[in-house]
Design a binder for this molecule. Sequence first.
Ligand code: ITT
Length: 188
Amino acid sequence: MKGKLYLITGNPGKVKEIKNRLDVLDIELGTLQEDFVEVQADTLEEVVFFGIEHLVREKGIDLPFIKDDSGLFIDSLDGFPGVYSAYVQDTIGNDGILKLMKGMDDRTATFKTVMGLHIPGEGVSLFRGEIRGEITLEKRGFFGFGYDPIFIPEGAEKTFAEMTLEEKNRDSHRIRATMKLVDHLSKE
Ligand code: ITT
């Protein structure tokens, strides 16, 4: 695929990370700040799929676009905050999560991204990326956004927020999904 692809988001952190990767293809990334209706659903896949349907059907968006929906799934909290990650970040935040986990030894978690691609006339394709890691005992670092200060990806010593954009982009849930998208687009 050549030409412009739009990312529908209100999160500038996501734009930077995805743009950095799409630059390898000849694809220019634009952004659109449409209201994305997040349906109450059990999985990120459903949130992305129904959200895209809404944008296409109700809002009449007829451009090639992607929508990234991500979430942090903490094992000892049975996958919480998961699909509620945005709400939880905006309410209790990282301090609230650390408080909930006080005294918990099992701090393993998975960060997941589901990226939906809509190409007019071709429907929706979904690309998934996940990375295992651990929740820290305290917040560390100032880069990135959201849960980055409390998440250390497997094999690393730093939290995502202690990494530069280039370091976080070497491997992450979002980059794993983006690489699958890139692979798909290069065959389009
Ligand atoms: P959109 O406009 O793209 O929907 P959002 O920030 O609401 O932006 P999500 O619903 O995908 O995005 O994200 C759920 C929450 O998880 C939200 O609070 C994000 O800040 C956070 N989050 C997503 N990706 C993250 C990442 O790579 N590192 C840290 N936090 C992340």
